[in-house]
Design a protein around this ligand. Sequence first.
Ligand code: ATP
Ligand code: MG
Length: 451
Amino acid sequence: CALPISLVATWATAGLAMSRQARLARLRGAARRLVRAEAGGADRGPEHPLPSHSPALDVLEESLSELDVRVRRQVKDLAKQSRNLMSLIDSLDSPVLATGGDNAVLLCNRAAQDLLGLPADKLIGRDVRLLFTRREVLEMHERARAGEVRRGQVRLTTPGGSRTFQVSATPLPAAWGEGVFGAILVMRDVTELAQAVTVKTDFVANASHELRTPVAALKAAVETLLDGADDEPAMRRRMLEVCGKHILRLEEMVRDLMDLSRLESPDMPVNIGEVDLRDLVEAMHLSFEPACKQRSLRLEFSVEPGLDTVRGDPKLLGLILRNLIDNATKYAYEKTAIVIRITRVDGEGGPMLRLEVTDRGVGIPLAQQERVFERFYQVDPARTGVTSKRGTGLGLAIVKHATKALGGRVGLTSVWGEGTTVWAETPIAPEPSGDQDAQGVAADDDRPLLP
Ligand code: ATP
Ligand code: MG
């Protein structure tokens, strides 16, 4: 039988209203679950059916706007965290680069931009293989992309010159789970450290080499004596002379090494006091007279008038002058004069004392003038005029460090085959005021710095 049309219409309207209610209830539930998920799922309450009288749209709107507020807050927090993280990475001295799956740079800090000489916008997205030419870096990066951690030392050319870096390449894990997405390169500048290690290794190698010569000579002389030379007076005397000469050389080397090691230590005490320059000159005269006599050399001292005493460290000044004169007596031509000038000059920070020793002698080739202040560096160990006085190459290193300890500087001018002037300038310490005096003249120590 046919139903009245009005009844069908009422049912249809009621059915439609029911299904809209149900959909709104589902939407509201979904929105609530979303909000709870955003909040960490903390307040998981029971799911209430949508009351028939409930303004479903209002509830839904409320939930969505709450969700909107939370999402916005989270986006803001994430942006803040990302900014903080970036400024943290930027503040690192070491260059940091992160690359993605296609080898393209994803992230780079300021140090990396400085190292590669490119701004961030030119680096991001660029293939890392176009940024580094050193095979070792690219190999480490490749291994890190394959999931391995690699470390190694590499020398790189930077806008500031050639530097040594300790590179660490680590895999960048994929954010969505297992596997590796890219690699992170962290590069620590270890140039100074690498240099210090080289200097130390060289020093030990050089010192052992230098010590071996006199020790070998002593051993040979003692063996000759034991083999019967002791019975022949002339031979015995010769061997004992050889022993004496090499013991002297060992003694000089040990003294030089001790001076140098003291001067290089950062807490090397500088004892400022009154330095009588006439006493200093007198001491040098006495000390070098025999050596000069042997080679018919004249020592000519010239001290600036009025400069009888200065404030400085008498031992260090003596050490500087002794080593400069010692060189001149070795490398000057026979029967020439060695001129020692002591003057006061103007420096940037005030008056300086200039000690200058000039000789007419073999000179130093231009190419080696920079290097003679290095420890153990000798232009040619065999070319000294006095064969018995073959040096070790420590004298000018001692001069440099003693001058540095006094806050001064050293330099030289030399013409190969004609002669050399080596100078050291040290600040003249100001006159003490009141009780500073007692402090300045420190107790004498047992450093064997003066001849
Ligand atoms: P040491 O001083 O330890 O006895 P050394 O004299 O050889 O040995 P330095 O005083 O450090 O060592 O000098 C380094 C090198 O510089 C010397 O070996 C020499 O070649 C060169 N040199 C230094 N002074 C002069 C000079 N006045 N004339 C020519 N060459 C010099
Ligand atoms: Mg010397």
